[in-house]
Design a protein around this ligand. Structure first.
Ligand SMILES: [Zn+2]
Ligand SMILES: [Zn+2]
Length: 174
């Protein structure tokens, strides 16, 4: 998307002076990933805090974080209920029974409010698990932007077969 052309003189510098004359404007990828990190702070599963943002045409369509279904006790109020599953490669994966993952919650919010997410991209603070990836493929996500890698070897074959793109965008979280 082309940068907006705005005259520098339209807004006086905050506080009457420009303390950061060389401060770079946040790019779109950093902007949406930073929003995903902020949203992750609403997460309630003590296993990990993840945030997700669905975006199309540089516009936020929906957001989600990991936590219990609406109205049910959250892990930070009770405890995580961990279950283990064995991946076909023999590695053990642990998940929390209480929790809906951030990506799925973002999709659920869009569905609840009738927002089309076809051909959208998603920004997630961690790469998706294989279960969420299957849903992301089916709702028509084009590109998954993630910050922290999570068991990417588990999803490599599905990425290759589906053609969905996975791109790392790392942002420094203050
Ligand atoms: Zn939990
Ligand atoms: Zn997941």
């Amino acid at each position: 998307m082309p940068e907006e052309t705005q005259q520098d003189s339209c807004c006086p510098p905050f506080g009457g002076g420009n303390d950061h004359p060389h401060e770079e404007r946040l790019g779109w990828h950093e902007y949406f990933m930073s929003v995903a990190h902020l949203i992750s702070r609403r997460a309630t599963c003590t296993r990990g805090h993840i945030g997700a943002v669905l975006v199309r045409d540089n516009n936020i369509l929906s957001t989600g974080y990991n936590g219990a279904p609406s109205g049910l006790p959250h892990c930070n109020e009770t405890t995580c209920k961990i279950y283990r599953s064995t991946h076909p490669d023999g590695t053990i994966e642990e998940n929390c029974v209480n929790t809906i993952h951030a990506e799925i919650n973002a999709i659920a919010q869009a569905a609840k409010h009738g927002v089309s997410i076809k051909d959208a991209d998603i920004y997630i603070t961690a790469s998706p698990c294989i279960h969420c990836l299957k849903v992301l493929i089916n709702v028509g996500i084009k590109t998954i932007y993630y910050d922290k890698p999570y068991k990417i070897d588990h999803i490599s074959e599905l990425l290759r077969l589906s053609g969905i793109k996975l791109v790392q965008i790392h942002v420094e979280v203050p």
